[in-house]
Design a protein around this ligand. Structure first.
Ligand code: IVH
Length: 742
């Protein structure tokens, strides 16, 4: 934002900042694809905070400033739940599920209800932690953990940082307690662990632990490092007005306030309550369903079980609930468990087996990771013979030793892991000693090091260790990087073994004859692979940067660095402060990247790649005089597939001409470039009157500048330059990289 187009009026500026900060929060938390660095974000945030402090009337409760608590707390405050947070009885078999409905019938018969007809609501039982969110007059005032069901802990400061949790609920009753589950998606969990490993920090055992730990952090800044999600599965206390709350409490009884939830929200049952919540901005699982018979409910449970491994989050069962509030009230609860709900539990995905050995694998940057070699064992249908032990700290904490019988867990699509020794194993007095990280690299024999700021022991033989070489090369040829078909990790291993390559640049000297010497190659596949290597020379600079494997340079950072510096020479000449001026690059990252780029071995790889004909700069866009300002101030969104330009290419050209490229369409979008199978983004652009161009239009825009977008004489509105075909789905991946901040 340039000084000229920012609002001078404090109220308007506050509204503007709220929108900008919220946008960047979403990029960071929901899309994991920040457009700006922490420093820039902090500056915007501070400006908003200052404005709100100076003009308290502008400090709305749903402002993003209200999402992060102030100073870290010493310890969490206890919270007494007004209405206990219940647990669930379990069923594991069809008989047990039928037994549950029989018990409900018997109970209801005693209540004078004979032959009730049940409608069931079936929901995933997400493996996270239960949360109570209290809203007063529609504003989130407190978030508490379940604790023992009676007394939990106040974690409002952290829950405010979760983008899924509404801070403000439109047309809510005076008091509304929403209950649901805080969890972390598997992809987010993996990213968190990758980031932590890259920084030399210990990794988390499982998604649940990671989420639970984050929510109980005292410092919201630490908590916000872990992208948490939330969804709502019910409503606790409600009151139409403050006074009514006490009155309701009086008539709650063991059955809970279901009836009054119905009265206050104007709904008759659980499913309608979930829809009520959804309409007001609470995330509710899309696949929640209803069933009219126990057979149907059972089939739905089995369906979830079958899909379990393909879900984006970890579930440990399915919850079946009676929909009707009146029936729920009559059923009441036994002890801690409501009679009207049951958890269909999946079989555990653990097994016990012998830990034969602990071995160490070498990562891309020399970090040593412990692995368990197991006596092969079947864990719910899959044979497991290796499992991760995460890192040294984890190994130490679990205290598993070769010769122990251990518990192995397979969860989601996460790599199988060793959980702990089997019961009583740790008491044996003939145990072997604790495995320690090796003093020498298991791949190259170089004495290892343990940096003070890392939980990983490292092999310092950068560039020379075949373990690191293999990891770097398989990363380079991988899909996300150079995408060289015909070269997988096995082929790369053979090439290394035969001494034909040691780094990425060597790939370009390979001949077909050399490939034919390897196992598994014939005339055709060898020629194809040589052609695929040749084709990789066309990959844009950003992919090369990412592919070479520089600490801290992921896909997005690679693209941002390429857009900011444009050539490898400029990038290598950049000082840490300049690197830190790139979106998404913090100071620490900048120092590490600078150090790696200064390594002569890394420099040599880039020099040889350039000599081999790879793209080590961003091509000058057609018509771009190199002044990088032709499209300054224009925000573009790409959608669908263009006939000849790749998404990467189009993005790079727009960035090179000074435009910003973002992934979602809003009023502020200057142009949408639409190709084949463009979907919702195109529709939205048309609805908002945002100009739409096809590829040809884009090329004209790059040549002639924004005048291409101006409505022609006599036209009210710009017509799309070329109509993209309609398609039901938006085949988009995130394009989202932005040019350096303006
Ligand atoms: S209902 C009325 N629904 O499971 C019973 N719980 O064993 C209260 N959970 O502590 C819970 N998904 O953390 C309910 N769709 C869902 C759930 C769910 C996960 C957890 C929740 C609770 C535990 C109960």
């Amino acid at each position: 934002m340039t000084p000229s187009d920012r609002s001078e009026d404090p109220a308007a500026r506050a509204a503007e900042l709220r929108e900008i900060v919220s946008h960047h929060r979403r990029r960071y938390y929901e899309q994991d694809d920040p457009e700006i660095g922490d420093d820039e974000y902090d500056a915007l945030f501070t400006e908003l905070e200052t404005l709100e402090r100076d003009h308290p009337e502008l400090a709305l409760p749903d402002s993003p400033t209200q999402r992060v608590g102030g100073t870290p707390l010493d310890k969490l405050t206890k919270v007494q739940h007004e209405q206990p947070m219940l647990s669930l009885a379990n069923a594991r078999t069809e008989d047990e599920l039928r037994g549950w409905t029989d018990r409900m019938r018997t109970h209801l018969a005693r209540e004078g209800i004979s032959d009730p007809s049940f409608r069931f609501v079936i929901e995933p039982k997400v493996d996270g932690l239960a949360m109570s969110l209290r809203y007063e007059d529609g504003v989130l005032v407190r978030a508490a953990t379940r604790g023992d069901g009676e007394v939990g802990e106040d974690v409002t400061h952290n829950v405010r940082t979760i983008p899924d949790v509404p801070l403000h609920v439109p047309d809510a009753p005076a008091v509304l307690e929403v209950r649901g589950e805080i969890y972390i998606k598997l992809a987010d969990f993996r990213k968190v662990n990758e980031k932590r490993a890259a920084r030399g920090e210990s990794t988390f055992m499982n998604p649940r632990n990671s989420a639970a730990g984050a929510i109980r952090q005292l410092d919201p800044k630490a908590a916000k490092e872990r992208p948490l999600s939330f969804w709502a599965y019910g409503v606790g206390v409600v009151a139409a007005s403050e006074g009514a709350e006490a009155e309701q409490e009086g008539r709650q009884g063991a059955a809970g306030t279901s009836a009054s939830v119905g009265e206050v929200l104007g709904v008759g049952g659980h499913h309608a309550t979930l829809m009520w919540l959804k309409e007001r901005g609470f995330p509710v699982n899309d696949e929640i369903s209803v069933a009219d018979t126990v057979e149907d409910a059972l089939r739905t449970c089995e369906g979830w079980e079958e899909r379990r491994d393909r879900l984006a989050f970890e579930i440990d069962g399915v919850v079946v609930k009676v929909d009707d509030f009146e029936l729920q009230r009559r059923l009441g609860s036994v002890g801690r468990d409501p009679r009207w709900a049951i958890a269909w539990k999946f079989p555990p995905r653990t097994a016990v087996t012998l830990l034969k050995d602990v071995i160490w694998s070498v990562g891309k940057f020399g970090d040593l990771h412990p692995y368990a070699v197991l006596e092969p064992v079947n864990v719910s249908g899959v044979t497991v013979s290796q499992a991760t032990l995460h890192n040294e700290e984890d190994l130490e904490r679990k205290d598993v030793r070769p010769g122990d019988r251990v518990i192995v867990l397979r969860a989601g699509d996460v790599i199988p892991q060793v959980v702990s020794p089997a019961p009583h194993e740790a008491e044996r007095d003939d145990r072997q000693p604790k495995p320690a990280p090796p003093a020498e690299c298991p791949r190259c024999g170089t004495p290892t090091e343990k940096p003070a700021d890392s939980v990983f022991t490292r092999c310092p033989n950068r560039g020379g260790c075949p373990g690191q070489q293999w990891q770097l090369l398989r990363h380079y040829v991988g899909r996300q990087a150079m995408d060289i078909e015909g070269l997988g990790e096995k082929q790369v291993a053979q090439l290394l073994e035969k001494g034909l390559v040691t780094n990425a640049a060597d790939l370009y000297d390979l001949t077909k004859e050399q490939l034919l010497e390897l196992e598994g190659y014939g005339e055709v596949s060898a020629s194809r692979t040589v052609a695929a290597i040749e084709a990789s020379k066309e990959r844009p600079f950003a992919r090369v940067l990412y592919g070479v494997g520089i600490e801290e340079v992921g896909e997005i950072t690679g693209r941002n660095l390429a857009a900011r510096f444009r050539t490898i020479d400029a990038l290598r000449a950049a000082q840490p402060e300049q690197l830190a001026d790139t979106p998404g690059v913090g100071e620490k990252m900048a120092r590490i990247i600078h150090e790696r780029l200064a390594d002569p071995a890394v420099g040599e790889v880039f020099d040889r790649l350039r000599a081999a004909g790879l793209q080590l700069e961003v091509p000058q866009a057609e018509g771009d005089a190199g002044d990088n300002t032709l499209l300054e101030g224009l925000t573009a969104v790409l959608t669908g597939t263009l006939p000849s330009l790749t998404r990467e290419d189009a993005t790079q050209r727009l960035l090179a001409a000074g435009a910003r490229v973002t992934s979602s369409v809003s009023k502020k979008t200057g142009v949408v470039v639409a190709g084949e199978a463009a979907g919702s983004k195109l529709e939205k652009a048309e609805r908002l009157g945002v100009p739409v161009l096809d590829e040809e239009g884009l090329l004209r825009l790059l040549r002639e500048g924004p005048s291409v977008l101006a409505p022609e004489e006599g036209e009210d509105e710009l017509q799309p330059d070329g109509q993209a075909p309609d398609a039901a789905v938006d085949a988009d991946s995130e394009a989202g990289v932005e040019a350096p901040g303006d």
